[in-house]
Design a protein around this ligand. Structure first.
Ligand code: KG4
Ligand code: ZN
Length: 343
């Protein structure tokens, strides 16, 4: 069974071919980051138009890489939500059109399910059940994953997502879009203990997160710095120190809450997914506690942390195996807002 995966929920066009027996055969990706950079964030209309331009060449590229033809495709999985409505519609329309032409099923997939299952593209793959820490630009959630399609929400952010907090804070620090990886790079030059930032909801009795206050705390420190520090080199160092303090605060909260979730579920297996899962400091912290407490932590390959078609093809293949009636033929809907527990 060969599943084509299509991802167009935001600013990455991803196309991939996943074979049930042989695994991932090919994946092709185009990132629109350079196009959106001058606007300081994703411009939805430009994103939709660019997905239209990229999908056919990416499909051809993936087929060539996998040495397959369109006729070899058995099913088409596409991201139906959550995401930008226009961008989702491009992927959904493309997938449905191709499905009709080839007379194959089209499978509407949940973007977060793709992220959640992305570590299963690696070997060794995590076994079920596990706790998943989903940390992307749009979401920050802890989920109990019992099987494919069996997801229970344990906790989530009450305001900004972790990636969003990274991006907004990076912007405050004068870093270009997308800020998360840039902030992480700047933080490497920062010194520990120069700034004290809050650890929001760290000791709350739930598994929720809150990151917007942290961003405000950084904004306050920056305005203080611009008023008091006149020396450029000193200001640059303080900026790096602040980036360091911010990254410490976010990764500490994520680590401690993930541990609490494991304890609450009496599990020892954690899966980290989504763009912030690429953060080295987060991985370092989690790996350290995993070693101390004999836990297992699984991450997707770095290239599958951020949005991609491979995770959607994989999720489609796994869902189809568990739920053959999933396919949708005819009218389709995209769901810009869509809780994973309702997928
Ligand atoms: O999963 P993703 O590609 O998109 C969503 O579904 O939202 O995640 C993108 C997010 C962005 O906020 C980006 O800044 C963040 O992941 N990100 C990082 C790193 N790499 C990507 N944040 C911190 N450190 C990184 N190394
Ligand atoms: Zn994503």
């Amino acid at each position: 069974m060969l599943v084509l995966g299509i991802e167009t929920s935001c600013d990455e066009t991803g196309v991939a071919l996943f074979d049930n027996e042989r695994g991932l055969l090919a994946h092709a990706l185009f990132s629109q980051v350079a196009m959106h950079r001058e606007y300081g964030g994703v411009v939805p209309e430009l994103a939709s138009r660019d997905h239209i331009r990229r999908l056919i060449p990416l499909l051809e590229q993936a087929l060539r890489e996998a040495q397959r033809t369109r006729q070899d495709i058995d099913a088409i999985a596409y991201t139906a939500g959550p995401g930008l409505a226009g961008a989702l519609l491009v992927g959904a329309g493309f997938a449905q059109g191709l499905a009709r032409a080839l007379n194959r099923p089209a499978l509407p997939m949940h973007h977060l399910e793709g992220h959640l299952l992305s570590p299963l593209l690696s070997t060794p793959a995590p076994r079920f059940p596990f706790v998943a820490l989903l940390v992307s630009g749009g979401h920050t959630q802890l989920m109990l994953v019992t099987a494919v399609g069996d997801y229970a929400l344990l906790g989530e952010t009450v305001d900004d997502a972790a990636g969003e907090a990274f991006d907004k804070t990076a912007k405050l620090l004068g870093l270009p879009y997308p800020g998360g990886p840039q902030l992480a790079r700047l933080a490497q030059q920062g010194r520990a203990g120069q700034f004290q930032l809050p650890r929001p909801l760290l000791n709350s009795n739930d598994l929720n997160f809150s990151f917007s206050g942290l961003k405000t705390a950084v904004a306050l420190q920056i305005s203080r710095l611009t008023e008091t520090v006149t020396d450029t080199a000193q200001y640059e160092q303080a900026r790096a120190d602040l980036a360091h303090a911010f990254q410490e605060a976010v990764t500490e909260v994520l680590t401690i809450k993930a541990l609490k979730a494991l304890a609450a579920c009496q599990l020892r297996r954690l899966v980290v997914a989504g763009g912030v899962g690429a953060n080295e400091r987060l991985r370092q912290r989690l790996d350290r506690v995993a070693q101390q407490q004999r836990l297992e932590v699984f991450y997707p390959e770095l290239e599958f942390c951020t949005d991609n078609g491979a995770m959607i093809a994989l999720a489609g293949a796994l869902r189809l195996r568990a739920q053959p009636e999933l396919s949708e033929n005819g009218a389709f809907v995209v769901k810009p807002r869509w809780p994973l527990t309702e997928a």
